[in-house]
Structures are given as structure tokens and as C-alpha cells.
Ligand binder design. Structure first.
Ligand SMILES: Nc1ncnc2c1ncn2[C@@H]1O[C@H](COP(=O)(O)OP(=O)(O)O)[C@@H](O)[C@H]1O
Ligand SMILES: [Mg+2]
Length: 371
């Protein structure tokens, strides 16, 4: 039996749980028309919280409503890819004659009557992002549809290109075009970008933090794919797996996959499979999640985290401050940095806890070594 679970970043799960409200909110914004708030949305969340697969899901929702989608990642050259590949490609799907006529209206004559598509394409690239987006949304609007642009891994490094895209999106909003924008990134990266003066529309965008998923939803995300693939799962076995995930989306898939593969052709998942599968999944979590999440942390960030790891539950700020032998301001500055980096989160007044599951255990077992 093929393994139904998908423990890979960016790969949509067999069942996406706990996000229906957000998806409905987005779909409604497309129906509601220009000016609807959720037509500019940003999802934030730690590594493995499901940002990329949320983008996949909103793209699917948009397509269901007949919209066309440009899906990009904020790596160098993304605006160029939109201008030279995505937009001309989408425009090509329309009546080329209509595109040619309108383009001539925007940018001036385009050679003699029978310009080839490659001439049109070159002209389109020169017309730029804003003109192409205007042209496409005009054509789409005639069919009651629009354009969704998604941008994954928003980061300050691409601030110049982000400004270019943001300016176009902002204009399109002002002109009440059928256009929507959904971005995703770590909260720290997003707040860096959102505070840029030029990117005002991003500041006004709806921001949603993708956190952990409730037990009921986790149970469904595991049970349904298992049963749909012909195997049974007793309640206590399922509970063991649910417990192991701690509601962390990536672990839903990793636990599911590692448990499944123990005996893929057995009619029932055993308690033994569940326990050993969870252990196996947790062993892999360090290199898949904790190590990369800590890659940008400074030495001081790490000492702060290690000071927290001495507690079995949430840490009191006063204790951390004492353990590090620093003053209140210093400690609270690092607290803010680590919250923004989605490594820790405030739990109640004066307390913080780890934001990634099993990070405490990881830090404890690596404290002496290379950290
Ligand atoms: N709501 C969810 N329900 C079930 N699995 C999920 C959910 N969200 C994410 N996943 C799974 O978690 C993993 C990480 O998702 P991804 O979108 O790549 O995270 P991010 O982009 O935030 O790092 C993927 O294997 C994905 O299938
Ligand atoms: Mg991602």
C-alpha cells in the first residue's frame, strides 16, 4: 500500500485540517469584489506550520472560482519572472488579436496588423508589470474572473522587487481591479517588510498566524487517509499518534508516514507501530526542523534558549534574566527577537515558552555539543 502521508515541505497533505475558516474567508473575499479586505492576505508561521500548503490551498480555491493564478517565491528575479513568463503566458491564452489591439492602445502601435506572438510578447515585457496586470485583469473581468498572485517566503532581501510588485498591486486595488494577493513568510521577515514605507498596502493586509492544530483536527488528518487507504486504526492507537504530533502540522505528516511504513500491508495499525513510528519521527525532527530554524540564531539567542531549556514548562522571564546575568532591558530585547523569529512565544504575563514542538528536548540533548 502506498504511503498516503506527505512529510515534505511544500507538498500538500492528503487532508488539510484546521484551516477551513481561513480558506472560506479568502474565497468570500474573491466573491465580495474589489475592496474586500482579505484580497490582500499574509500568512505567517514557523517552519512546518503549513504556510506553503496554505498558499496551494488558496490557489485551488481561486481556480475553483475561475480565477487564474501566478504562484511565485520571493527569490531574486521573481518580478522578472512574472513580467516575462507568467503574465505573457496567461495573456497568450486569450484571443491574441484582442491582446494586440489593447496593447497597442496602452503602449502605442505594435508594428503592422499581423505582428507575431513573439513580437507581442516582447512588447508585453516592455509594457511592464502594471500594464500587463491591467490588461490581464481587464480581459479576465469580462469573464467574471480575476488574477491571484501568491508570493511565498517573503523576505527583506527582496525588498526592491517587493516594492515593485506592491506598487502594482496597490494601483490595481485603487483601480478596483479583480486582483488578489496572498503572501507567506516567517513573522519576523514579514514584519521587517511590512514596516517599509512603500509597502503600505502590505501593512493593511490581513495577517493570519498559522499555529498548531487542535486534537480533533489532528485525529481526522491521520484517521481519514489511513482508512481511505484500506487500513484500520483503533482509538487508543490514534490517540498515541495524535499525542506525538503536539498539533504541529509537519509532525502530522511525519508521524503518519513513519507509523504507516512500519507495516504498510497490515490491515490494522498496531500500538507498537504507533509508538515506534512516533519515536522515529521525533528522531528526524532535529535535522528537518530544529537545526534549520536555529540556523539564523545568534550566540546570544542560543544562550537565551538554553537558559529556557532548563525549565520543564514555560519559563519565567525573571529566571532567564538571572541565569544569563543580564538586565531587564537586555533580556526583553532578546525576548522580542526570539518571538519574532517564531522560536519562542509569550504564554502569560512574564512567561515565555518554546514555539516549536520538542525544541526544549532538542536543545537539552545538544546543549553540550556543537551549538
Ligand atoms: N493543516 C494541515 N494539515 C495537515 N498537514 C499539514 C497542514 N499544514 C501543513 N501540513 C503538512 O506539514 C508540512 C509542512 O507544510 P509547509 O506548508 O511546507 O510548511 P511551511 O511552508 O510553513 O514551512 C507538509 O508536509 C504539509 O503537508
Ligand atoms: Mg514553506
Amino acid at each position: 500500500m502506498p504511503n498516503p502521508f506527505k512529510p515534505s515541505f511544500g507538498v500538500s497533505p492528503p487532508l488539510l485540517v484546521g484551516r477551513d475558516d481561513l480558506l472560506d474567508e479568502f474565497a468570500e473575499a474573491l466573491e465580495d469584489g474589489p475592496g474586500s479586505a482579505a484580497r490582500a492576505t499574509i500568512y505567517t508561521g514557523a517552519r512546518g506550520s503549513g504556510k506553503t500548503v496554505m498558499l496551494n490551498a488558496v490557489e485551488d480555491r481561486a481556480r475553483e472560482q475561475g480565477w487564474v493564478v501566478i504562484s511565485e517565491t520571493a527569490s531574486p528575479g521573481f518580478v522578472d519572472r512574472i513580467v516575462r513568463q507568467h503574465l505573457p503566458g496567461l495573456l497568450r491564452d486569450f484571443d491574441p488579436g484582442a491582446v494586440r489591439r489593447r496593447l497597442t492602445g496602452i503602449t502605442g502601435p505594435l508594428g503592422a496588423g499581423g505582428a507575431t506572438w513573439s513580437a507581442v510578447e516582447a512588447h508585453l515585457a516592455d509594457a511592464g508589470l502594471r500594464n500587463q496586470a491591467a490588461l490581464l485583469t481587464d480581459l479576465l473581468a469580462e469573464n467574471g474572473a480575476g488574477l491571484l498572485i501568491t508570493l511565498d517566503e517573503i523576505h527583506r532581501n527582496q525588498i526592491g522587487e517587493l516594492r515593485e510588485l506592491a506598487t502594482t498591486v496597490q494601483h490595481a486595488f485603487r483601480e478596483e481591479r479583480e486582483l488578489a494577493f496572498v503572501g507567506a513568510g516567517l513573522a519576523l521577515a514579514v514584519s521587517d517588510v511590512v514596516n517599509d514605507e512603500v509597502l503600505t498596502f502590505l501593512r493593511r493586509a490581513e495577517r493570519h498566524h498559522l499555529g498548531s492544530v487542535g486534537r480533533e483536527d489532528v485525529a481526522r488528518a491521520i484517521r481519514e487517509p489511513v482508512e481511505a487507504n484500506g487500513r484500520q486504526l483503533a482509538d487508543d492507537v490514534l490517540a498515541e499518534m495524535v499525542e506525538g504530533t503536539r498539533g504541529y502540522p509537519f509532525l502530522i505528516q511525519l508521524v503518519g508516514a513513519r507509523v504507516w511504513r512500519r507495516h504498510p500491508s497490515a490491515p490494522e495499525v498496531s500500538m507498537d507501530d504507533a509508538r515506534l513510528g512516533v519515536t522515529d519521527a521525533l528522531r528526524r525532527l532535529g535535522s528537518l526542523v530544529h537545526e534549520p530554524a536555529l540556523a539564523d540564531a545568534s550566540d546570544i539567542d542560543k544562550s537565551f534558549l538554553l537558559a529556557m531549556a532548563r525549565d520543564d514548562g514555560p519559563s519565567k522571564m525573571a529566571d532567564i534574566q538571572r541565569r544569563l546575568d543580564v538586565d531587564v532591558n537586555y533580556a526583553s530585547q532578546y525576548r522580542l527577537r526570539l518571538i519574532a523569529a517564531e522560536l519562542i512565544e509569550p504564554v502569560r504575563r512574564g512567561y515565555v515558552d518554546f514555539a516549536l514542538p520538542y525544541l526544549r528536548e532538542y536543545l537539552r540533548s545538544h546543549a553540550a555539543a556543537e551549538m
